[in-house]
Design a protein around this ligand. Structure first.
Ligand code: FAD
Length: 413
């Protein structure tokens, strides 16, 4: 009788990046029965941690350092997952199948997974390197911001995206906050106009000043410390703390230097494989063909990183080999006391149908060519869950909105 070989016997998976995607991949591989060696290499020191609280509860004091940790080194060791924390992969030798480390001998792999994430987009402006100018991506960034917030009075946030607005909410606990956004509306690429307007109103009622359609000329500084932000029209907004939040760019240089195809991210197939069949990419750094959208996308969300990691783990361990990754995207953001959730994936030109507007609650359906593409909710988690089910296989016929309405009746009051 032929006994199947356990998954991964004598094979090594090296994962570059121990963030949300890399960590989930390692843990899920073990759960799927992979018995080969698993090594995570991450530039950041310490236990792997989650980023979402860094712009929310960690700044307001609702979440501590310990709450950030996703899995301790002790728990990883119990699952025989090796973590090289504080170590950077500086090169890939695709012929030898090794990666070069900044602090040790090369590491051999059979399968290499790039889960390198993204980093804050830099603002090429005069004054951008002054003291008092912050970005937020890492635990260290958030710690440094928190100590600066405790001393700040006038806080300016450049960029009114999800992250900038979350930071505005947290900063409002400490001082006067101004958000400067170059587009005429907040979150215009990600949200419908009704949802964006509702969020803007709630930020304004928190006392945050929103300057829309406003360009930044430079960050003004004195003695090397930021003192204000000069706008294109010549006005100056005073600031003793400036947070730059103008988007993220994928960490793709390692892949590009090894000759792996990159575009806006590391290009992968529907099964998350790069142009080298022994190398995969997942999470914020991966640019993949999403079947629900019909084009290449690169998503920056916990759901995307975690679901891609789980999909890849199952494929590598043999239980889903060859399957195309097609999970329905969903996203959340907490800001201005609002629980914003999005199920599905819309493009800016999709119609916006307000399904419910009731005090604190708002539900907006996005529709394109008779299909429901996404559902945005404020403070309606049950509707969000219902929407995720409706959209589980991609865009649904627009009359599926009636299914949401049914849920609205059952949750009324
Ligand atoms: P990351 O978690 O960024 O991990 C990548 C890791 O790779 C990093 O630890 C990095 O050090 C390491 N690395 C990179 N290059 C190398 C190298 N050469 N060698 C070794 N290590 C390397 N998403 C949501 O869905 N909801 C939210 O509310 C939300 N809030 C957020 C708040 C903040 C402040 C931030 C920064 C992000 C937030 N996100 C949120 C986005 C979410 O955190 C990311 O989408 C998610 O972390 C992506 O996971 P990842 O594994 O792809 O990348």
């Amino acid at each position: 009788m032929n006994v199947p070989e356990p998954a991964g016997i004598d094979r090594t998976v090296v994962i570059v990046g121990g963030g949300q995607g890399g960590l989930t991949l390692a843990v899920t591989l073990r759960e799927c029965g992979w018995i080969g060696r698993i090594v995570i290499v991450d530039t950041e020191p310490g236990d792997p941690y989650q980023r979402p609280p860094l712009s929310k509860g960690f700044l307001t004091g609702d979440q501590t350092h310990a709450d950030l940790v996703t899995r301790s080194r002790e728990l990883l060791a119990r699952d025989s997952i090796e973590l090289l924390a504080g170590t950077t992969v500086i090169g890939i030798d695709r012929e030898r199948r090794t990666v070069a480390l900044d602090d040790g001998d090369p590491l051999a792999y059979d399968v290499l997974v790039l889960a390198t994430g993204a980093r804050p987009r830099a603002l090429p402006l005069e004054g951008a390197s002054a003291h008092g100018v912050h970005v937020v991506r890492t635990r260290e960034d958030a710690e440094s911001l928190l100590s600066a917030l405790r001393r700040a009075a006038d806080i300016v946030i450049i960029g009114g995206g999800f992250l900038g607005l979350e930071l505005a909410s947290a900063a409002a606990h400490f001082g006067r906050v101004t958000v400067i956004e170059s587009a005429p509306a907040l979150l215009g690429r990600s949200l419908s106009a009704p949802t964006a307007r509702a969020l803007a109103a709630r930020h304004a009622s928190d006392g945050t000043t929103l300057l829309l359609a406003t360009g930044v000329a430079r960050i003004v500084s004195a003695d090397g410390h930021a003192t204000g932000v000069e706008l294109h029209d010549g006005r100056e907004v005073p600031a003793d703390l400036v947070i730059v939040s103008v988007g993220a760019q994928p960490n793709l240089e390692l892949a590009a230097a090894a000759g792996i195809a990159t575009a806006d991210g590391i290009v992968v197939t529907g099964s998350l494989r790069t142009s080298d069949p022994a190398i995969y990419a997942i999470g914020d750094c991966a640019n993949y063909p999403h079947p629900h959208v019909g084009e290449m996308v690169r998503l920056e969300s916990v759901q995307n990183a975690v679901d891609q990691a789980r999909h890849l783990a199952a494929a590598l361990a043999g239980s889903g080999a060859g399957d195309v990754y097609a999970a329905t995207p969903w996203f959340w953001s907490h800001q201005a006391g609002q629980n914003l959730q999005i199920a599905g994936i819309a493009v800016p030109s999709d119609d916006a149908v307000v399904v419910e507007e009731n005090g604190r609650r708002l539900t907006v359906a996005r529709v394109r060519d008779g299909l429901l593409t996404a559902v945005e909710t404020l403070n309606s988690p049950r509707i969000h869950i219902r929407a995720r089910k409706l959209l589980a296989r991609g865009p649904a016929p627009a009359d599926a909105i009636e299914g949401l309405a049914y849920d609205l009746q059952s949750t009324a009051g």
